[in-house]
Design a protein around this ligand. Sequence first.
Ligand SMILES: [Zn+2]
Length: 129
Amino acid sequence: MAKLQTLKSRISTVPSRLSSIQSGSWRTSKASSTARGYGYRWQKERSAYLVEHPFCAYCLREAGISYQQDAVEIGLQCTAAGIGLPYAQVVDHIEAHRGDVQLFWDQRNWQSLCATHHSRDKQREELGL
Ligand SMILES: [Zn+2]
């Protein structure tokens, strides 16, 4: 538990450092989501992607199930493995796009994640922890 606490505090220092570097935080500004590419198009493509890939890539990986297959087939394998269907809530960029428009829209660089995996594992990976 103490270890987790340390990790959390390390993670939370990063955004504050970022916003102190950039004048006018892009995280809080009203125009930020559109300016960063998370506008209407993203909302639309994200929803479509989640329909096609409704399950969390990391949950599936932990269960030893391949993410790159039909959702129905994945559902059957989860049932066979005796685990609940790990529904995803978030579409994540596998490789951080860092403003790279091409990488941002490349669906081969997308994966569906559940909220838990998105906030926990992904931030840890991006921080190189
Ligand atoms: Zn998950």
